[in-house]
Ligand binder design. Structure first.
Ligand code: FE2
Length: 179
């Protein structure tokens, strides 16, 4: 009997517009691909990343997070997405609010908008358009690795700083500047 090698199953749909559930399925399956996850070069000094082919034309990344690193607050404009932790544990702090599209520099947030969740190895989450969050590896000693997918491919990312309840728009980046 020849050895039968099974590739990753194809995405659930060949639709050109994958749903967030399909992106979540993709990032979970990819995060479970030990060979791929192990292929990511890790750098104790900073994040590392490899571009992946996401389903349905989505933008996908494999990202390594040294202890203590994070993204800072940002959103993904009109893109929806999903991410899953392949190694270690990530923390996501998110805002349960849709920010105004533009024409503002600072916003004062109501006091009940903060949401925080921990995503240990093997777990993931999907998010819709205009999702605002920061993702962190709060571990002091363990590198984390995660898989992310976005659709449509990210046109831009708005970066924010946060001082208590005040959110300030700092800059707008294209994804090639984002990593
Ligand atoms: Fe993000």
């Amino acid at each position: 009997m020849p050895l039968h090698v099974t590739p990753l199953p194809p995405a659930l749909s060949s639709s050109p517009s994958p749903t967030s559930a399909e992106l979540l399925d993709f990032v979970r399956r990819t995060a479970a691909d030990k060979e791929l996850v192990d292929s990511l070069p890790l750098d104790p000094e900073g994040r590392t990343w490899v571009r992946l082919d996401g389903p349905g034309g989505s933008e996908a990344w494999l990202i390594g997070w040294p202890p203590g690193t994070g993204t800072g607050w940002h959103d993904h404009a009109e893109s929806l997405g999903a991410f899953a932790t392949a190694r270690g544990t990530l923390t996501e702090n998110a805002l349960a609010v849709r920010l105004p599209a533009g024409g503002w520099k600072t916003l004062e947030l109501a006091d009940d908008l903060d949401r925080s969740r921990r995503l240990p190895e093997g777990t993931g989450r999907a998010f819709g358009r205009h999702h605002v969050h920061e993702v962190l590896n709060e571990s002091t000693d363990t590198h984390a690795v995660s898989v992310h997918a976005y659709y449509p491919p990210l046109p831009l990312i708005r970066r924010f700083s946060r001082t208590g309840p005040v959110l300030r728009l700092e800059q707008v980046e294209r994804p090639e500047e984002w990593q």
